[in-house]
Design a protein around this ligand. Structure first.
Ligand SMILES: NC(=O)c1ccc[n+]([C@@H]2O[C@H](COP(=O)([O-])OP(=O)(O)OC[C@H]3O[C@@H](n4cnc5c(N)ncnc54)[C@H](OP(=O)(O)O)[C@@H]3O)[C@@H](O)[C@H]2O)c1
Length: 239
């Protein structure tokens, strides 16, 4: 089935978002990629896949920006079958511990990674429910957002943001579950060389990780019974 897919935070070539765009285009889908600043490589992909890729400017920290992008996409897509909330941003103090970190930087990370994803879901919901099938939302979370398995003393803003995204996922699952028009998961996507550096010890390239997630999306659309926080390998992960 050729589906309409949207991926947020797709403007970094080494990142997961851009590589998800590439994988879904390669699979024959119609793709909307959201960015904050122009991305020449996405413009190249547009030429390579004529009529298949829409690029939208969208800042998920702004409800107005998200709504404007939703209005724009509704001129292109009659529906949305798959939404992948991938965008994230961390504070400069992300690697610091409690005593060193500026705590006033935490709220923005949570606002982007967790509230931002909710803004996107709310604004694009009318397109999602127009899908001819159950629409699927994949919130790209992280093992760092697991409260019960937390072992770190750094990544405070990032961990809090992903834990909040996980809570949002569960809340929205409860909100959508009776209608069954929209299904939703939060997913640890694996350990990935999203910085594109060859000396990064992470086992997966963004291109490899993206295909694993694309295949997972094919599997999870109608699963309303399983655990909501899963890994890229479809294993349950503790909240
Ligand atoms: N790498 C790993 O091993 C790993 C592990 C677990 C989870 N993850 C998750 O996988 C996802 C992808 O990771 P990544 O390293 O590829 O991500 P990233 O490059 O850090 O961020 C993805 C994109 O989010 C965009 N973004 C930031 N703030 C935004 C805003 N306010 N509005 C809209 N877009 C915004 C950035 O756009 P700009 O280019 O404009 O800054 C960036 O291109 C993330 O959700 C990450 O948490 C990664």
């Amino acid at each position: 089935m050729c589906q309409n897919v949207m991926i947020t935070g797709a403007g970094k070539v080494s990142g997961l978002g851009y590589n998800l765009v590439l994988r879904f285009l390669e699979a024959g889908d119609n793709v909307a990629a959201t960015i904050r600043k122009p991305c020449p490589e996405l413009e190249e992909l547009k030429k390579q896949y004529p009529g298949k890729l829409t690029v939208l400017m969208m800042d998920i920290s702004s409800t107005a920006s998200v709504q404007a992008a939703a209005n724009e996409l509704s001129e292109v897509f009659s529906c949305l079958d798959l939404l992948i909330n991938n965008a994230v941003s961390v504070s400069p103090d992300c690697d610091k511990g409690f005593f060193e970190a500026d705590l006033d930087l935490i709220a923005r990370t949570v606002d982007i990674a967790a509230v931002g994803a909710m803004r996107v879901i709310k604004a694009f919901y009318p397109l999602l429910v127009r899908s001819g099938t159950t629409a699927l939302i994949m919130n790209i979370s992280s093992e760092a957002g697991s409260i019960s398995k937390c072992y770190r003393t750094n990544l405070i803003d990032y961990g809090m943001a992903k834990a909040a995204l996980n809570m949002a996922t569960m809340n929205l699952f409860n909100t959508f579950r009776d209608e069954r028009a929209v299904n939703i998961f939060c997913i640890h996507p694996g350990w990935i060389r999203t910085d594109g550096r060859p000396d990064n010890p992470a086992p997966l390239s963004s291109y490899e990780a993206a295909e694993i997630l694309r295949l997972l999306s094919e599997k999870k659309r109608f699963d309303f019974e399983g655990h909501r926080f899963i890994t890229n390998l479809d294993e349950d992960y503790p909240f």
